[in-house]
Write a protein that binds this ligand. Structure first.
Ligand SMILES: [Zn+2]
Ligand SMILES: [Zn+2]
Length: 243
């Protein structure tokens, strides 16, 4: 029987794009910049000359990575049986690549848009999908279900992972806003019990999409603008420049 020739790789025993993820996980505790990984790999392989950043991006769920043929295949990151699921390993936040965790970073998908361009997006929650399906039912059917359904909501225990936000960023941005929404410029809609104006600090690039928890990436918004930023279209630019 013929023995399959052993594949050789430029660096180590496996493709370098797999090694780069391992370095993030094992050498840097799950989060590293491309420069850090680059330095490490150059120390590991004397002849190392490769694009570390691209080797990271190929595995990153919230980056445009359709340059690679195996990312030109529609899939969700929660489909662990997909043959290319192994490339859904990282999440990019600012300059840092962290090990991707669906419970923390959400479920993402690769899909083709109407112009056949390969794109990525966060998958909507099961609840949002259920609301849409319920809205599409004929009214009589929906009425029937509403009547039959128990009015006492079921209790369920969930584990949520949340980003630990800096109270310094929130305090600093609220002080700079000085009681006015930094988008529509209107006064806060009401004052809180303690007499301070009610505004909400929002991240221009969402934390869940990789944004940084910094003063520059934060903006104080009135509740209307805030909801619009999340559910409508609202163009937001940095107003809180770090000095
Ligand atoms: Zn506003
Ligand atoms: Zn927000």
């Amino acid at each position: 029987m013929a023995v399959k020739p052993k594949r050789t790789y430029k660096y180590g025993e496996q493709p370098i794009r797999i090694t780069t993820v391992q370095v993030v996980a094992e050498q840097f505790g799950g989060a590293a910049t491309a420069n850090q990984v680059d330095d490490y790999l150059r120390g590991l392989f004397p002849h190392y000359k490769d694009d570390t950043r691209l080797n990271l991006i190929v595995n990153t769920v919230n980056c445009n990575r359709s340059y690679w043929s195996f990312n030109k295949t529609a899939r969700r990151t929660d489909d662990v049986t997909h043959r290319h699921n192994q490339y859904d390993r990282l999440f990019k936040r600012g300059n840092t690549f962290e090990i991707y965790q669906p419970s923390m970073h959400g479920v993402w998908e690769l899909y083709q848009d109407l112009q056949d361009k390969w794109c990525y997006r966060q998958v909507r929650s099961q609840f949002e999908e259920a609301v849409e399906a319920a809205a599409k039912l004929p009214p009589s059917e929906r009425k029937q279900i509403l009547e039959a359904e128990s009015k006492t909501p079921e209790l369920t225990v969930v584990t949520t992972r949340v980003y630990k936000r800096s109270p310094y960023v929130v305090a600093e941005v609220l002080l700079r806003a000085n009681g006015k929404c930094q988008s529509c410029k209107h006064d806060a809609p009401f004052v809180k019990e303690d007499g301070t104006p009610f505004l909400e600090v929002h991240h221009i690039e969402w934390l869940s999409k990789g944004g940084e928890d910094s003063v520059e990436n934060a903006i104080a918004l009135c509740p209307n603008c805030h909801r619009q930023a999340h559910y409508g279209v609202l163009e937001l630019v940095t107003v809180n420049k770090q000095d």
